[in-house]
Design a protein around this ligand. Sequence first.
Ligand code: ADP
Ligand code: ZN
Length: 604
Amino acid sequence: MIERARKLLTDTYGFADFKGQQLQVIEAALAGLDTLVLMPTGGGKSLCYQLPGLVRDGTAIVVSPLIALMRDQVTALEQLGIRAAYLNSTQDFATQQRVSQAVASGELELLYVAPERLLQPQTLAHLQRCRIALIAIDEAHCVSQWGHDFRQDYLGLDILREHFPGVPRMALTATADPRTRDEIIHRLALTTPLRFISGFDRPNIRYRVAIKTDARRQLLEFLSAHRHDAGIVYCLSRRSVDATAAWLREQGFDALAYHAGLSAHERAAHQDRFLRDDGVVVVATIAFGMGIDKPDVRFVAHMDLPKSMEAYYQETGRAGRDDEAAEAFMIYGLADVVRLSRMADQSDADEHFKRIERHKLDALLGWCEATQCRRRSLLAYFGEERTADCGNCDICLMPPGTWDATVDAQKLLSCIVRTGARFGAGHVIDVLRGKDTEKARSNGHQSLSTFGIGAHFSDAQWRSVLRQLLARGYLHADMERYGALVLTPTSRALLRGEITLQLRHDPTAPAARRKRSKPSLESIADSPLWDALRAARKQLADAHGVPPYVIFHDATLREMIAQRPRSEAQLLSLTGIGQAKLERYGAVFLQVIAAADVSTEVDG
Ligand code: ADP
Ligand code: ZN
């Protein structure tokens, strides 16, 4: 059976070989075993269930919470000549009937269905009468109540074991720490599943974190290397989303806003433009992204801190699914640290949950202030130990210096104690620097022994110290007292001189120029053939009503430029060209390539 899967891989999908653990996963599913598959975004999870679904008798059911994505997924499969359909609440009754009928008569190879839909008694009853090849449960971490994507409907999926005995089930996810893995297996009632855990690393994503000084200028500088790229810029509030998008348009970017305050129609239109046109930048609240399957997103920028490491990993993971070089860029500052700390304290969750939230926030802030390879610490957070630095993050490329901040931190902490631990960052820094302010005068702070003991530092330097102390748990912004800074047990030890403290210098030099780890798209972007191929792709995409990458990925176009195929057989040897796509689009692209050959002969 695995031979059939291999043949489908090359003939239908146009891929030369399995990627990562795909082969092992597929073998397990073909053998009828339950499996848990953990692969990073872009790792190739879809093939893990699609191939056994195609090889085994009957229809494979794919449970997915991403209703918005189903239509695109099915269209992409149809482009490959695979018979697929979906069932969800957005369809009219007649369509749903037709799809159900197609499953019953065995016409469908793959059926995508939302969990709430699958669990309806009549759907279950109907599918039980059909021949089911496999049940894949995508985004399986949605079953975890501790995760940030919890879906109530996922909890009901354990009944699939009794309803479909003997049908192998496969749970897939890109994010699951060891505890969540066990929870998935338990809650989905998988039967002695084989676990396939691939690393979390996304080596093609370069991580960069900078201190927020002038957000817009920093964003612009970052985007100067991404002039014609598609990307996502995350902001915290709707207002800043709108303002940033408008401003980017003034700067000549094709930028669109996306947030829950827009009408459903506007949101859909903007998402559609992002998917279908080249080089669109979406400025969004976190509402955007889940359900975006665009492979050629070249960057993700965070203008504000994300909620947690998990959220950060997931949001940045939307970049570079096609394995080409991509960048994750984030800026943050003292204000973000204070704001998030307040939010964590303010939430009305129970104490246990609050502690977890607090812990997650600390992990995120600690990561921002990292002095070691960001990839290593990111992976370590997910339980993956690395011994080597990555060479592809800001810290590896430009290691920040550290300094002994023990004495200065002591000065700052004493100043907080002397002013009664009642004030926020601004006033504490003013007192340290000995500024003559109304507030200092009215509170009698000018006569304190700490008044002016920090005159040797600028505002920015003190803010940096404060931010790092907060991020490392030496200080706490007390919500009950309007964000007043208060000491913690560790800072008392520091004050008593029992421990010393190393802090990092805030980087001041512009971030390192990026170098791409793969032959750059930019270098071939100069080639006239590149433009011609992209134009042909866009035309076909529009004619078929699909995004360009559903026709061919950039990688396929690049191979066309490198190899200049002149026959169908040569085309077929390229990545991402299978039988169905060859028949549909081969002739068009051969023509474009031949025309380019002629024009270079004339030129040369
Ligand atoms: P995931 O769902 O894990 O994020 P996908 O299934 O969407 O990942 O696959 C990511 C990308 O990798 C897709 O563009 C897909 O076409 C490609 N891909 C998957 N398997 C292979 C393979 N064996 N060889 C080459 N490319 C592959
Ligand atoms: Zn690194």
